[in-house]
Design a protein. Structure first.
Length: 341
């Protein structure tokens, strides 16, 4: 009994000595986790565009900003997919309007990622055509920029955007300021059929040869055939006869007193815009487009078309479609400005 009591007293003294030691922390276990910290936010590596309890309008705007400003291709692609789903719904959800969407998304025509450009084209195709028509001039500015891009993939995908624009707003595309001659200049430059480019380069000591070679690899031939096909589509749209306006006995008084239905009915007067040159001019009817085409482009395009037909294959078939468009465009009589015919 005495030895056990002695041991207890010694342990008690050791415990009291340990309590008197100041400044020495107890040894922590190997699996110890410090839970004393406080955090104001938690950052999740994998994020999703879907959210519960978030205002739909605010979420749409945030996703639109991600589609434009995100550094990662996948985030921009997924953001465009979300916008496509919102625009395809019944009823569609578009709190910023078609004008707001186009203003933010048009720079993506020249995006470096193929998946982003593909989703952008899908988004364009779900937009209401009636809301796209007032913005054709702005869209064409970015389309022509994409057609002059250094990347072959970007140039080819931009042709898809131009075809979509011809489908939903063909008349506006060929009649808006710069829509006819400037678009012809861009397409002909892609094909290497632009005489002004060749003369400018040759005057500086550079070669005046074609910029685009249609022969060679299969991919090059497909690209050339695609460009010729889109050029034929543009000429078909520009040379399409206007539908006759039905007789309306009230048309005279409507022109005087009724408010215009188009957003800019006097754009052809160019009252407040900068002075336009021939390329930036509006050509609102078939006759005016035929006249300027015959004066500047018919001989050049016919020569390029004949060379493409001799190559055969995809390029030759595309050149045949182009020849058909040129023949249809030459059917209507072209009169001089002072003629009464």
């Amino acid at each position: 009994m005495g030895s056990s009591n002695r041991k207890k007293k010694e342990k008690k003294k050791d415990f009291q000595k340990a309590k008197l030691k100041v400044g020495k922390a107890a040894v922590k276990a190997a699996n110890f986790t410090d839970t004393s910290f406080k955090s104001k936010s938690i950052v999740v590596n994998q994020q999703t565009l879907a959210g519960d309890g978030t205002d739909s309008v605010e979420q749409f705007k945030q996703t639109l900003a991600s589609a434009v400003n995100a550094k990662t291709d996948n985030i921009r692609r997924d953001a465009l997919s979300y916008l496509i789903n919102q625009l395809s719904g019944k009823p569609p959800n578009n709190p910023v309007g078609t004008a707001g969407l186009l203003t933010r998304l048009l720079p993506l025509i020249s995006d470096s990622a193929t998946s982003v450009r593909a989703n952008l084209l899908k988004l364009f195709r779900v937009l209401p055509p009636s809301q796209v028509k007032p913005h054709v001039e702005k869209i064409l500015m970015y389309v022509r920029g994409g057609m002059a891009h250094l990347s072959t993939a970007v140039r080819n995908d931009t042709l898809d955007v131009l075809e979509w624009l011809l489908d939903v707003a063909g008349d506006e595309t060929v009649s808006c300021p710069g829509g006819w001659l400037k678009t012809l200049n861009s397409l002909s430059s892609m094909l290497g059929w632009n005489p002004s480019v060749g003369s400018a380069l040759s005057s500086q000591g550079w070669t005046s040869g074609s910029k685009t070679t249609l022969v060679g690899t299969k991919k090059g031939g497909e690209a050339g055939a695609r460009q010729i096909h889109v050029l034929a589509r543009l000429l078909q749209t520009g040379f399409q006869p206007e539908s006759p306006i039905p007789y309306n006995p009230q048309a005279y008084w409507d022109n005087i007193y009724r408010l215009p239905a188009t957003p800019n009915p006097f754009a052809y007067l160019n009252l407040f815009g900068s002075p336009r040159d021939e390329d930036n001019e509006m050509y609102p009817d078939r006759i005016s487009r035929q006249r300027v085409f015959d004066a500047k482009w018919r001989s050049v395009i016919v020569a390029g078309m004949d060379g493409a037909k001799r190559e055969g294959g995809l390029v030759g078939r595309a050149a045949s479609a182009l020849k058909k468009a040129l023949n249809e465009g030459a059917d209507a009589p072209i009169t001089s400005p002072g003629s009464l015919a």
